[in-house]
Design a protein around this ligand. Structure first.
Ligand SMILES: CCCCCCCCCCCCCCCCCCCC(=O)SCCNC(=O)CCNC(=O)[C@H](O)C(C)(C)COP(=O)(O)OP(=O)(O)OC[C@H]1O[C@@H](n2cnc3c(N)ncnc32)[C@H](O)[C@@H]1OP(=O)(O)O
Ligand SMILES: NC(=O)C1=CN([C@@H]2O[C@H](COP(=O)(O)OP(=O)(O)OC[C@H]3O[C@@H](n4cnc5c(N)ncnc54)[C@H](OP(=O)(O)O)[C@@H]3O)[C@@H](O)[C@H]2O)C=CC1
Length: 542
């Protein structure tokens, strides 16, 4: 049975709720005012969404006291080095302009979420317990091919442990958990409620403890059932785990759909990874990806990252100030409000990359999506595998290592994992998102804008594609003329190749068949007749 959201303004059950209620004064605070003087704890701050959250908090809530970031050392870098690198990146330019010393507010805390006690030192844990006012939990593994054990360890057990720490926080006002709109993608209509979990998390965790990896791998398809991957499955379990704490903590759950580049802030088109559609756009822009299985008419539920973060901060404010009695879920999606379809995305992505080409494209960008399996397999063969074979042959002949087939194999794996999401659509209810928008002051509605009715899709997609070029591939916009020249060269190579191929095939036929020769003479004489007719008529008109 689904948990039904109780209206927090409904007095029913107020007696049982022992947490302090907001006074009229606090209820009226603006979002930025609320964060003034607050200590905020963020997990996943080095990730795509975490970075945007840190940036927005520092820029638009400049009175925030401190941001405690749970970060792990990685790839030979200490957590401090990682945070230093992170805040040097272009995303933080605007914050740097406003306050050159903004880094003083950032307090990295060494933590590995899959370790017991989150591997936080006892001193750090005590410090956090004493001062944190609000938690944003963004960390997760978002890989679609993550082995179940690891996905559970991080997305479910990591979340449980963080909730354990949150319960120790004496001044905690809100716990905001970032989930995904696809946690319940086994349903077609998704309300802003926490659905019953596919399995009792405790039982699953206990079983996984004694099973070896091979057994877990074998039973994973049975366990995840009609969900496409371990990611959506464990995110559904995590929601349930979070909900279990709703009597003790003020909880908000944000469910974004497919998070894409920024729409407006800190500047349009910011993106820093290959996840979800970004990798597909880049592969298509480089002329590598020529086809993908997707439904032209299905809604492409992309949501800009700045919209998600604005909603997250607003939800943090609302949860802390209004203290809803149950965990409120916010479906952060675009499809029901301002729908755009995969077919339209394809058109705008392709035309954008023709206007602003990527450097050193493999072929001219020209991709199309299809939902037909046979047509898809045909294009895979003709447009992916055949050119890859040819290219690798040339590499071999010139003494280089073949690589194109390997790239295509990885690409095919990636797109096969994405096609579940691009081949169908879902309907999300967004009542709580609308309620939250109505609660904001007109000023906050501008500063923390999550009204996607104003989103102009063609403009957004153009900025998104340019963003992949500038921020993911680090290509310079001043090289666009050279990139265009390269595309022209590729077009000429293709024309020449096609002509040679046609002539070659035809010569083979002519050499072997009288009928082919007759057709050839007929076509040639017809062409001559047309030519002489046009020449004669143009001499007459002159
Ligand atoms: C025909 C073109 C027309 C264009 C218009 C049509 C577009 C249709 C797009 C459809 C997109 C649908 C997207 C749906 C997403 C649903 C999201 C659900 C929302 C969420 O809650 S979570 C966030 C989503 N999570 C992800 O996206 C993670 C997915 N990635 C993975 O699971 C792994 O990366 C993957 C794909 C299994 C590969 O793993 P692995 O082989 O171990 O290697 P790497 O991760 O190191 O990556 C290898 C190589 O592939 C590149 N890569 C990664 N992701 C993509 C991608 N989405 N598309 C293309 N390429 C990708 C990666 O950069 C690496 O490249 P290198 O050059 O560095 O080797
Ligand atoms: N991107 C999307 O399209 C969507 C994302 N979401 C949700 O949003 C949240 C953020 O996603 P996104 O920013 O895209 O993901 P990223 O993969 O970019 O970031 C994940 C973050 O989690 C941290 N992390 C991962 N494993 C651990 C660990 N063992 N210990 C400590 N930290 C860890 C990473 O740290 P490190 O840098 O050390 O690896 C990183 O900071 C996730 O909860 C995801 O489910 C929801 C819908 C869509």
């Amino acid at each position: 049975m689904a948990t039904v959201r109780r209206d927090e303004r409904d007095p029913v059950g107020e007696q049982a709720d022992t947490r302090p209620r907001p006074s009229d004064d606090t209820a009226m605070t603006s979002v930025a005012d609320y964060y003034a003087g607050k200590n905020v704890l963020i997990t996943g701050a080095t990730g795509f969404m975490g970075k945007v959250l840190v940036e927005k908090l520092l820029r638009c809530c400049p009175q925030v006291r401190a941001l405690f970031l749970l970060v792990r050392p990685k790839a030979g870098q200490s957590m401090q080095q990682r945070v230093d690198d992170m805040i040097k990146c272009k995303l933080f330019d605007r914050v740097r302009e406003d306050d050159a010393h903004f880094h003083r507010k950032i307090v990295p805390i060494s933590s590995e979420l899959t370790e017991p006690g989150l591997a936080i030192s006892p001193e750090d844990a005590d410090k956090l317990a004493a001062c944190v006012n609000i938690v944003f939990h963004c960390a997760a593994t978002i890989r679609f091919d993550e082995p179940l054990k690891h996905a559970v360890q991080l997305n479910v057990i990591g979340t449980q442990q963080l909730l354990g720490l949150a319960r120790r926080m004496r001044h905690l006002e809100a716990f905001i958990h970032i989930s995904t709109a696809y946690a319940n993608c086994n349903r077609k209509h998704i309300d802003e409620v926490i659905y019953p979990p596919p399995v009792e998390p405790r039982k699953l965790i206990e079983s996984l403890e004694w099973m070896d990896d091979r057994i877990v791998q074998d039973i994973t398809p049975r366990l995840i059932g009609n969900r496409p991957n371990t990611y959506t499955y464990t995110k559904a379990l995590a929601e349930y785990v979070v909900q279990q704490e709703q009597d003790k903590l003020n909880i908000g759950i944000i469910r974004p759909s497919i998070v894409g580049a920024s729409w407006q802030e800190p500047f349009p088109g910011w993106i820093d990874n290959f996840n979800g559609p970004s990798g597909v756009f880049i592969a298509a822009g480089k002329g590598i990806l020529r086809t993908m299985r997707a439904n032209n008419d299905a809604v492409a539920d992309l949501i800009p990252v700045d919209v998600v973060i604005n909603l997250t901060l607003a939800a943090g404010w609302y949860t802390a100030v209004h203290k809803p009695k149950t965990a409120l879920v916010y479906n952060c999606t675009t499809g029901g409000i301002n729908p755009f379809h995969w077919g339209e995305i394809e058109h705008h992505v392709m035309s954008s990359f023709k206007r602003n080409p990527l450097e050193q494209a493999f072929r001219r960008p020209n991709a199309n999506i299809t939902s037909n399996y046979l047509i898809y397999q045909y294009w895979i063969l003709v447009s992916h595998k055949f050119p890859a074979l040819l290219y690798d042959l040339v590499l071999r002949l010139t003494g280089q290592k073949p690589q194109m087939m390997r790239i295509f194999n990885r690409l095919h794996k990636a797109i096969s994992l994405l096609e579940y999401f691009s081949s169908q659509d879902w309907e999300w209810n967004s009542e709580n998102v609308n309620m939250l928008m109505a609660q904001l002051s007109p000023e906050d509605r501008k500063t923390f804008n999550f009204d996607v009715r104003q989103l102009n899709w063609p403009e957004y997609i153009e900025n998104y594609c340019i963003g992949t070029k500038k921020y993911v591939l680090n290509e310079d916009m001043s090289d666009i003329p050279a990139a265009r020249q390269h595309l022209r060269k590729l077009r000429n190579i293709r024309y020449t190749f096609n002509t040679v191929l046609v002539v070659f095939i035809w010569r083979v036929f002519i050499a072997r068949s009288q009928m082919a020769r007759n057709i050839w003479y007929f076509v040639v004489s017809l062409c001559f007749k047309f030519l002489s007719y046009f020449r004669a008529s143009s001499t007459l008109t002159n």
